[in-house]
Each structure stands twice: as C-alpha cells, then as structure tokens.
Write a protein that binds this ligand. Sequence first.
Ligand SMILES: [Fe+2]
Ligand SMILES: [Fe+2]
Length: 242
Amino acid sequence: MPSVFSALHWLVWRNPTRRAQNLLRFAEIEADGGRDLVRAAEVTPDPVLRKLFLKHALDEQRHADLFRGRGLQLIRSLRADAASAVKADWMAPGERGLDDLHVEAEGDEALLAFLHLSEKSAAKDFANYVAVLGADPPTQKVFEKVLHDETFHMTYTRAQLMRVAPKRAGRRIWMARLRRFWKAYLRLASALAGLIGAVVLTAQYLIVLPLFALAAKRAAKREGEGWSPIAPARNGALDRQY
Ligand SMILES: [Fe+2]
Ligand SMILES: [Fe+2]
C-alpha cells in the first residue's frame, strides 16, 4: 500500500508545470553544489580529497545539465501560458542555494560529514521520485542516472571521513546532523512566522479596521454640518500657540 509520503511525492510531480519548475530549481542547486566542490578542491591540503572533490564537482555539473535539459524539454511541451509561468517563477530570486556552504570556513572533516548527510538525503529523495515518476519515463530516467551518482557520493564521503578522522567520524556526523536540523528548524520557523504575520494582518484588516470605520461613521453623524461656534472660554485672543 502506498504511504502518505509517496502519495505526496506523486502529487508534487503529477503536474507537468510544477515538474519543469522543480527540475530547473534542482539544476540550480546542483550547479551551486558543483561550484562549492571546486572551491573545496582548491582549499583542501589532502591530494586524495582534491581529486575526489573535483570528480564530485563534475558529477554535480552533469546533474545540473541533465535536470536543466529535461526541464527545458518539458517547458517546450507545455502550453504557452503554463510555460511562461514556469520561467517567471524560475527567475524569481531567493529560490536558489538552499544550504549555502562556506567551504573556506569548514575543515575537511566537517565538510565530508556535511556532504555525506546531504548526499544521503538526496539519494533517499531521488529514489522516492523514481518510484512515482512512472508516467514520465524520460524524467524518471534522469533521476535514475543522478541517483546512481548520489549513492556513490554518499559512500565515498563516509569512507573518506573514516580515513581522515577514524576516531571523530561519528561525532562529526552527529554535529553535521544537528546543524542540518537547526537549519531546517530556522526555515520552518521563518515560514511559520510569515504565515502567522499574514493571519494577524488579515484579521486586523477584516475585524479591527471595520470597528474603527464604524466608530468614525457614528462620530461623523453626531457632528453638525458646516461651521460650529466654540466655547467662550476657548475664544480668547490668539496670543499663544495652543
Ligand atoms: Fe547531484
Ligand atoms: Fe551528489
């Protein structure tokens, strides 16, 4: 029996417009990851890691090309209005680079632990997408190809972490897991804050503002039309400001 999650994945990938949009977004993220890995290869003092990071960067760039290629193919098959909606959303700033990584600030150990967890979660997600994309064999094939590489990335990062820090590997992975958890919490909290803000402002607009409007209308009714005389006590010479 399909789980709730696979039903959700199926829903997310069912619509071709959203499918194209996701593929183009993934292409950006993969290319961003590739650039980070080139930088990691430049700064690492370890020659084995340098070679692996460069190979990894090439893989991520290839994934970006695969996702972009399939995304653009899908856009070309859409109706004109649906296709322009995809482009507008894709160009929107702020959608890119989910987990910005400061490669220079990370040592090799922290970087390997971070990469291992990211690749593991990507491999799991892509396997789920392969399972629900039966109705779109070309997109399914793209994910199968990428999944094969992500599984390799997940394995080599763990093996290299064991090589460079055999005693600290477990702790490093736990620290990376906590950081990912914290980032996920911050993303959720800011989304929730946005939602609460929208609800409170809408409630103010629909409930509080009409009350003020009603009070202003009633006060206006009590006011007589035209000029009205003021009390003699306030009707002195204009020799002061108030
Ligand atoms: Fe990738
Ligand atoms: Fe990867």
